[in-house]
Write a protein that binds this ligand. Structure first.
Ligand SMILES: Nc1ncnc2c1ncn2[C@@H]1O[C@H](COP(=O)(O)OP(=O)(O)O)[C@@H](O)[C@H]1O
Ligand SMILES: O=C(CO)[C@H](O)[C@H](O)COP(=O)(O)O
Length: 535
């Protein structure tokens, strides 16, 4: 009987499941929306029960669509955004919400309520901060835990477990409380290269209670992504998924890291995991680079040991709002409502429709003609890297009186270019620290667009590889399942066997000088936006 692997991905807005064969070919996938609550003060919350329901529904649907038997599913992998899940007695959800709604027990990664806590933590100058790019982000979990301890002390005291979303999902699937090296190293300050939590850090920042308990509520069993957990699917989870109890389940990963696994080690093309940068372009953007020796790049998260490719160090940059920034940008335009209606009627989002319109105008090759003098610094949710400034804000320069569809296409293109220049700034910060990247392996929802791929090549001046898989993030998770079941001895073997380089996008040399000038303008505008923040 043939073998199949299921990858499950929880993004900011949806849960998705994909069924893959041993060669990494996608047989079927399914998607379900998940609830997100936004409130004042940069609060963004979700519900772990709601997400679990969506996961079960998508797995069932994907398996049905693939037309496979439950017996043929040999392994399951999970990836998720790095949101903080809080569980009370018996694993029941415990509210994290000033609203008091008991279902709202997840502080979503993009929630910036803990910006003040992050600032105070950074002032301590503790050694562990060297392993998060020199500066902790309010998107990470220890500032969020401190926010809970200070603002919702009853929740903090009553919580039995604080988990990254991917670890919550594997716990719910198997009953195993193990945490993945990926989640705790990247977001919780676990020092994987020394296999320990830093007691002094937790005491210094005001989270001594966690150290007193010997870290029992944030993870004492920490295992490599892809490790088989417990006895596989519990009876209850198996019934919910329509699969067999005992089906192997792998320790999971953060979603961006699954995208990295699903794209950066693809066979074919030039280079290898240390010369390719994964660019996961979805709601946010994540840049993932790996090195053999630890590289300390100011403002780029890490270095994290074994957090993505086993045995190698990871540096992670990106932008907090990427697809979300484009949605915000184009949504402000006078023609947005009318054109979004047209887009919806043709089964597309406004961004997808604008990408198609831009292609009709000549695509990336005519970006100079269409964009003209319009510039966008799309930092609506701060600068994740390399400035590591959560207070940074967006800026548009060069607006005129035009209100029609063409001016919205121009704004869209300028926004994507702005994200590309942000990626280029990260590449330059890494180059200054000795990390030389020659190729970008692209994935994520926005990374599926050929126009976006070409614009990323043009704005960064790098070759862009698109994997053959239509769903590299889901594939990365399925690879974890394939490793857990022993089908592949480790992740590098799974990457080589299950993924392949597809289309290659070369930078357009005739626009290189134009993009160089615009990149310089981007940096000037970014600095100007920062300089007026406090006025
Ligand atoms: N052609 C496109 N241009 C710009 N943004 C796009 C395009 N296609 C999709 N997106 C954006 O990508 C994001 C969804 O990416 P996806 O990877 O599916 O989600 P998530 O990051 O939440 O897992 C949305 O913000 C969507 O608007
Ligand atoms: O910080 C992260 C990765 O390290 C988040 O999980 C990620 O940025 C959110 O992902 P998405 O854009 O897919 O919703």
């Amino acid at each position: 009987m043939s073998s199949h692997f299921i990858g499950i991905d929880i993004g900011t807005g949806s849960a998705r499941a994909g069924v893959f064969d041993e060669a990494g070919a996608l047989l079927a996938s399914a998607k379900a929306d998940i609830a997100v609550w936004h409130a004042e003060d940069h609060i963004v919350e979700q519900s772990s029960n709601d997400i679990w329901r969506a996961v079960a529904a998508t797995v069932r649907e994907a398996v049905t669509l693939a037309g496979i038997s439950a017996q043929s599913v040999r392994g399951i992998g999970f990836d998720a955004t790095c949101s903080l899940v809080v569980l009370g007695p018996g694993g029941a959800p415990l509210t994290v919400s000033p609203s008091g709604n008991p279902e709202r027990n997840i502080i979503v990664w993009m929630d910036h309520r803990a910006t003040e806590q992050a600032r105070r933590i950074n002032e301590t100058g503790e050694d562990v901060l060297n392993y998060v790019g020199g500066s902790i982000s309010p998107e990470m979990e220890t500032p969020k835990l401190l926010w809970l301890a200070e603002n919702m002390p009853r929740t903090f005291a009553a919580a039995r477990q604080f988990m990254d979303l991917a670890d919550f999902l594997t716990w719910r699937a198997t009953g195993s409380p193990a945490r993945s090296t990926c989640t705790v190293t990247c977001k919780w300050t676990y020092l994987a290269h020394e296999a320990r939590w830093d007691d002094a850090y937790f005491r210094k920042v005001g989270l001594g209670a966690l150290a007193d308990e010997k870290f029992a509520r944030i993870g004492t069993e920490i295992v490599a992504p892809g490790s088989a957990l417990s006895n596989g699917l519990t009876n209850e989870a198996a019934a919910e998924f329509g699969l067999l109890p005992g089906t192997p389940v792998a320790a999971g990963m953060i979603d961006a890291h699954a995208g990295g696994i699903g794209s950066v080690g693809a066979r074919g093309g030039a280079g290898n995991v240390t010369t390719r940068m994964a660019y996961v372009f979805g709601t946010s953007a994540c840049t993932m680079t790996t090195t053999e020796q630890a590289a300390f790049v100011p403002g780029v998260w890490g270095p994290y040991f074994s957090a993505m490719v086993p045995g190698l160090w990871l540096n992670e940059g990106g932008q907090s709002a990427a697809g979300a920034a484009i949605d915000r940008l184009v949504g402000m335009h006078p023609a947005a409502v009318e054109l979004a209606g047209i887009a919806t009627r043709s089964g597309r989002s406004l961004s997808q429709w604008l990408a198609q319109e831009a292609e009709r105008h000549g695509g990336a090759a005519r970006a100079d003609k269409v964009i003209g003098g319009l510039h966008v610094v799309p930092e609506f949710l701060g600068n994740r890297a390399p400035l590591a400034n959560p207070d940074a804000r967006g800026l548009i320069a060069g607006l005129d009186m035009a209100t029609g569809a063409d001016s919205l296409v121009a704004l869209y293109l300028a926004g994507i270019c702005g994200l590309g220049y942000g990626a280029r700034q990260i590449l330059e910060a890494m180059r200054a620290c000795g990390i030389n990247i020659d190729t970008i392996a692209i994935s994520g929802g926005a990374g599926q667009s050929p126009l976006v791929r070409q614009l990323i090549a043009d704005t960064t001046g790098k070759l862009v590889y698109a994997p053959t898989s239509p769903e590299p993030v889901l594939l990365g998770s399925a690879m974890l399942g394939a490793v857990a079941t022993g089908r592949h001895p480790d992740l590098p073997a799974a990457m080589a066997a299950m993924s392949e380089v597809g289309e290659v996008y070369s930078p357009n040399s005739s626009l290189a000088a134009w993009h160089d000038r615009r990149f310089a303008a981007f940096e000037r505008l970014q600095a100007a936006a920062l300089s007026v923040l406090a006025v």
